[in-house]
Design a protein around this ligand. Structure first.
Ligand code: ZN
Length: 250
């Protein structure tokens, strides 16, 4: 039996379906990742028109049946939506990248309010961030922590030395962390400067890091390390297409 449910959700992705409908992938606070059919959404006078935008935070009403992979969206009201037309290209790309990473990292049928609260906080903070990359890395680190995949980067896995000041190396085929003295050939090095930034980004509240700016070298080091960890743990993960768009810009 299906039941009418309400939830707050963020739109991860939409796909056209048939001539007139749209399938929407939501991350809902209480229900986790769910797919809903928005019937008639492609018709010009649909009640859904203008609401099905990636990254929008919405209140949704849907008919839900646990045994069914596709639910039916009956109503939607936008709570917050990033005005992508008035944002910098960098922020828009980072925003899209966060949606892609989230979509890859979560599975349907595993409700958990943590990832929803994280992405909501990320979306609402993005507008005020001096450097959207700092916020993006903060988002990625927290998502890895929520899914249990963030490695113990602050201690050498071999001699137990503290790695925050001097930096460390990661084996991106196993996730092993070593200090620079114990590092082996082929490991990805993270400098002391980058390690300290990662530490700040990891422990501070999102609101505390809105002013942390990263230069190109630090962005590269931190981004490569996090990308390696995602690739190791998330099946089918690839670099967000929207970050590729930024390559010529940054
Ligand atoms: Zn060591």
């Amino acid at each position: 039996m299906s039941r009418i449910r309400k939830d707050r959700a963020v739109i991860l992705k939409t796909f056209p379906y048939s001539e007139t409908s749209v399938i929407v992938m939501f991350l809902a606070r209480e229900h986790g990742k769910i797919r809903c059919m928005a019937r008639g959404a492609r018709r010009s006078r649909s009640k859904f028109s203008g609401t099905l935008l990636t990254g929008s935070i919405c209140d949704i009403v849907f008919s839900y049946r646990v045994s069914r992979g596709l639910q039916t969206l009956t109503d939607i009201e936008t709570v917050y939506s990033l005005d992508t037309g008035r944002e910098t290209l960098e922020r828009v790309c980072i925003f899209q990248a966060a949606m892609e990473v989230l979509n890859y990292s979560l599975f349907e049928g595993e409700p958990d309010a943590g990832p929803f609260d994280l992405i909501e906080n990320f979306i609402l903070s993005l507008k005020e961030s001096a450097d959207p990359f700092t916020l993006f890395f903060a988002f990625e680190i927290r998502l890895l922590r929520l899914t249990g995949y963030f490695p113990h980067i602050y201690e050498c896995g071999c001699c137990r030395a503290d790695t925050v000041e001097k930096g460390f190396s990661v084996d991106i085929s196993s996730g092993e962390i070593r200090c620079q003295d114990c590092s082996r050939r082929g490991m990805t090095a993270v400098s002391g400067e980058a390690a300290e930034k990662i530490y700040d980004i990891d422990v501070e509240n999102l609101s505390e890091m809105l002013n942390i700016e990263l230069n190109k070298k630090l962005r590269g080091e931190i981004g490569r390390m996090l990308h390696g960890i995602f690739r190791l743990h998330v099946e089918g993960y690839r670099a967000p297409a929207s970050l590729g768009l930024l390559k010529g810009v940054i």
